[in-house]
Each structure stands twice: as structure tokens, then as C-alpha cells.
Design a protein around this ligand. Sequence first.
Ligand code: HPA
Length: 260
Amino acid sequence: MIGLIGGSGLYEIEGLEITKEVSVSTPFGEASSAYKTGTLGGIEIAFLSRHGIPHSIPPHKVNYRANIWGFKSLGVERVISVSAVGGINSSMPPGSIVLLDQIIDMTFGARTSTFYDKNKVIHVDFTSPYCNEMRGLAIQASRDTGLPAKETGTYLCVNGPRLETAREIQFFSLAGADMVGMTAMPEAALARELEICLLGISVVTNYAAGISDKKLTTTEVVETMRSSMEKIKSLLKGLIAHIPARRTCPCKDALKDAEL
Ligand code: HPA
């Protein structure tokens, strides 16, 4: 079963034939919503709406641990996480779809970011925060479907919920960020701690603060996400159909040699 996390503007996947809604209780509390399970193009999927249904959980209040733990308890080994971001890199204008390969975490300290804060001391390798095997499959799907996606991208994660200042964005740009968003962390680190392969797909919904003269609005974010849905759906379908049963990436062994 493949996990799918929908972010702002992506609350359901058209074409996903839902057969069950599963509420999972975890040692960390409740996930953002029930997991909708069913099939998309014949492949089993578990869909979770990151901000709840209806959208009511702000990014800094999402129970990331429960969300990721819930997938693990459903037997999910691979999760595709879709998110809305503000574009910093001029080669990624609104409407761009980016397959993430790097993260800069600016939420540290503000969110509970590990499952291992009691009895065990674990330091997982996070050199490549996303699964490169999954990203490779997504690159292939993007080429096959003729749907251009940026094949790499650095996501800088802020705590929010406010948007950024123009000077912060300038600083993030100098640091190497291509885009800014509020949800990639600790989601990615938690997935790694449970040896789940994570693919991050971002939709650039707006220019980040100060990149254009336009005032930033949430309406723009949701509308761009909506108008990108067809592209996302085609990409997901093409990708999901080609995910092999067995994993050959390092994600599945993330805890090996990670304990102190
Ligand atoms: N900043 C932070 N998060 C976002 C943005 C943004 O401009 N757009 C969508 N999510």
C-alpha cells in the first residue's frame, strides 16, 4: 500500500476509489484525519489530509508524529507527500512541480521532531532526506507522461503560520533554498526514523515574499494548487503504476547502525 499526504488545496484525489476510512490511534495522539484507503489505477493507496478535513489544522499544529506513525501501522512503506510552497528560485514560477531532494530546516526546536526522545538515542542519517529511488521513479513518470517537473529542489521549512519577510526570503535564497513552505519538517525526518521511503512533491503556488510585487494570499495558494491538480494526478498515476514491490534504497535500513 502506498501512502499519500495531501496538503493545502489537495484534500482528496479524484480517481481514488475509496473503500474504507480508517481512524488510527497512535501513542502520539490522533492523526490529522482518517486514512482513506482504496485504489488508484488498481494500486492500493492510503490517503491522509495533512491539515484535516475540513482544512483546520495549521502547519505548526499538525501532529506529524501521529500522521507518520499511522502510515507505519497500516503497513505503508512508501509515502508520497504533496505540498504547496512559495517559489524563491526564478526557474520555478507558480505552477511548477518540483521533486524534492534537499531540505533546510528552520523549524528546529519549535516542533517535536523525533520518535526517539525517551529510552533510545537514535541519530538517523539524513544526508538525502528524501528517497532517491522514489524520486527516480517520479522523474521517469514525469518524462513518460510529458509532464515537466523539476527533478531536484531544496525546500526550506519555516514554522509559520505567518508568511516571510522579503529579507528572510533573500537570506533563504543565499542559503540555497529554491522554495519555502511550512510542512516538510519534521515530516521527512520522522518518516526516515520509521524507515519509510518518502517522496516530496511540491507545487509552487505563489512567488515567495518580495520576489514579485503582488501581495501574498492564501486564496492564490489554494487556487494554484487546484489548477495544478490534473498535472499532479497524472504524475501520481504514472508513478504509482511503476513502483516495484521490493525496495532497494537505503531508507529501509535507516535504523541500522543508527543507535548509540
Ligand atoms: N511561504 C511559506 N509557505 C508557503 C508559501 C509561502 O510563500 N506558499 C505556500 N506555502
